[in-house]
Write a protein that binds this ligand. Structure first.
Ligand SMILES: NC(=O)c1ccc[n+]([C@@H]2O[C@H](COP(=O)([O-])OP(=O)(O)OC[C@H]3O[C@@H](n4cnc5c(N)ncnc54)[C@H](O)[C@@H]3O)[C@@H](O)[C@H]2O)c1
Length: 353
């Protein structure tokens, strides 16, 4: 088991525990707890570690959970249960659960103590870390949310036993992203240990999850609120990835869309002269190595190119016709580049047709 603390500027230290028995951390919390958990996780892992007064609340997950109306129902649980600022809210589930529960924990009485217990690989390496949460409103994803750091992130690897391999691959797309733009050691580990990672060997997962959490937290520490142009590195593959999702009517899973997005963006970086030779090949190789898609031909639905390009031009991050993009310069390193949106659309068109 690995345990460390990280301090993020605006709030207290965040405890991070990764391992097969990470839930034992919960014994340290004696205060009253509201525990919201996804019905698809095995609650038996949790019960032996609960001390003091607590309420267990099974909740929906997936996009249904992220509807703002559902957050109101969950807030009522806190209200009716007489929870106050000294109490803890614990979110146990995938990214949809940590997003929703993080949102209610941050808004109820302007913030109760939050603990994230992500149970999907994506949740452990991405959604449960970094302090962003979001719920959906008027069919727009993540349009309402806050920045709110959890007190602790508990990645208990036993949850991954029941996670379908497709969900593991979706999470691995984000892990590979860290390898490509932030962490050559992680890239090398992934390159050499495919079988043990895919067979969910605890030691390999512990390394991959801990490394990913550290990579993401080190970025968030420098630029918690995405105002300094550092946190954008986490968007590598996501600009084109989002266009792919939009062009498929959101039928292509996020992990697969960003996998193709990373290849396209690496190609754009190379063509614009920002990356060393070999970065595209190495990106394509590692993604294919993990059976992730590297071109739109490998995706299950067709992409409407017009829709995809329209989504690009409407990207929230465009300012005065220019988009700041993180480009890989070599494996494990990146550079911030201003790309005119019309140039980007031209490159995207080549990649997506
Ligand atoms: N806040 C952020 O920084 C951030 C970052 C990335 C993604 N997200 C959000 O995360 C969400 C996606 O997260 P996700 O991929 O974890 O999806 P999810 O929460 O929908 O979970 C995926 C599926 O796995 C199941 N599941 C969860 N844990 C399981 C377990 N241990 N065993 C078996 N099945 C299990 C769920 O029931 C669900 O069917 C999206 O809403 C996205 O917007 C947020």
């Amino acid at each position: 088991m690995i345990r460390f603390s990280e301090s993020i500027t605006s709030q207290q230290d965040i405890d991070v525990v990764v391992g097969e028995n990470a839930l034992s951390y919960l014994r340290e919390i004696q205060n009253k707890k509201a525990i919201f958990y996804s019905s698809s996780v095995n609650i038996d892992f949790i019960k032996p570690h609960l001390e003091g007064e607590y309420t267990l609340v099974p909740i929906k997950d997936g996009e249904e959970a992220k509807d703002i109306q559902y957050s109101l129902e969950l807030l009522k649980v806190l209200f009716d249960g007489g929870f106050d600022r000294g109490d803890y809210v614990i979110a146990i589930g995938g990214g949809s659960v940590t997003d929703t529960v993080g949102f209610i924990a941050s808004t109820y009485m302007r913030g109760l103590n939050l603990i994230n217990v992500p149970t999907t690989l994506l949740g452990m390496v991405d959604a449960g870390i970094g302090g962003k949460n979001g719920v959906n409103f008027g069919r727009i994803k993540n349009i309402i949310g806050t920045f709110y750091q959890p007190r602790a992130i508990i990645a208990d690897l036993r949850f991954l036993i029941s996670l379908p391999s497709e969900e593991v691959r979706k999470g691995l797309a984000e892990v590979i992203k860290y390898g490509l733009v932030l962490d050559k050691e992680l890239y090398d580990f992934l390159a050499l240990n495919k079988n043990s990672v895919l067979s969910k060997d605890p030691e390999s997962l512990e390394y991959v999850v801990q490394r990913s959490i550290q990579d993401k937290l080190s970025v968030v520490k420098e630029d918690e609120r995405e105002t300094k142009g550092v946190r954008i590195v986490l968007n590598f593959g996501h600009t084109i990835g989002h266009a792919i999702e939009a062009g498929s009517g959101f039928s292509i899973p996020h992990g697969y869309a960003i996998s193709v997005g990373m290849v396209c963006e690496a190609k754009i970086a190379e063509e614009m002269g920002y990356s060393e030779e070999g970065v595209v090949e190495d990106s394509v190789w590692i993604l294919s190595h993990y059976n992730l898609p590297i071109s739109i031909d490998e995706l299950s639905s067709k992409i409407d190119l017009k829709e995809a390009l329209f989504a690009l031009s409407k990207d929230k991050k465009v300012r005065n016709g220019v988009l700041l993009m993180p480009f890989p310069t070599r494996i494990g390193d990146w550079k911030r580049v201003e790309v005119p949106i019309e140039t980007l659309k031209g490159f995207a068109e080549q990649c997506l047709k």
